[in-house]
Design a protein around this ligand. Structure first.
Ligand code: UDP
Length: 161
């Protein structure tokens, strides 16, 4: 249902966020979820899974042929990944800001990669880079039934209307 202070499911902006195997192994799940939650964003889907290498290749299809593709898809399929969909105004762009630059050493302190990572191949987290890729990635990792539509009463304190 659509609760007070929320937009309709059709209007809602959503992004796909995944904590990669390094983030899971390093015990960063709770910290990362807390950052998005405290910002005011709403978690609408979450699951933990070990992706196959083939599935990792689909997720990173745009990078096929690049020198880091093999290592990247090996790594993503090497252990549990926490896949999530977060919803809220500006969540695609602002989610990327919270994540930081692709190379952790170029990420500002205070960002997830800036705070927790050093090397590009161990940069903790993935986030969709545009509304289009968000749509594609959400469709790849989740079924429409996985996305839970609910209101949050605190949204009247997060959004003006
Ligand atoms: N990556 C890598 N080496 C590179 C560039 C990228 O290992 O030289 C990995 C890195 O984990 C990155 C992912 O490939 O997060 C996808 O790259 P992209 O440029 O899409 O960066 P992102 O959107 O994750 O910031």
């Amino acid at each position: 249902f659509v609760g007070s202070g929320t937009v309709s499911a059709e209007e809602a902006e959503r992004t796909f966020i995944a904590i990669k195997p390094d983030g899971v192994q390093r015990g960063l799940i709770a910290d990362i979820i807390a950052r998005f939650e405290r910002k005011g964003y709403k978690l609408v889907a979450v699951k933990i899974l070990v992706p196959t290498k083939e599935f990792a290749g689909k997720h990173y299809a745009e990078h096929e042929g690049r020198p880091f593709f093999e290592g990247l898809t090996d790594f993503l399929s090497s252990g549990p990944v926490l896949a999530m969909v977060w919803e809220g105004q500006g969540v695609v762009t602002y989610g990327r800001k919270m994540i930081g630059a692709t190379k952790p050493l170029e990420s500002a302190p205070g960002t997830i990669r800036g705070d927790f990572g050093i090397q590009v191949g161990r940069n903790i987290i993935h986030g969709s880079d545009s509304p289009d890729s968000a749509k594609k990635e959400i469709g790849l990792w989740f079924t429409p039934e996985d996305l839970v539509s609910y209101g949050l009463d605190i949204h009247k304190w997060v959004y003006e209307k």
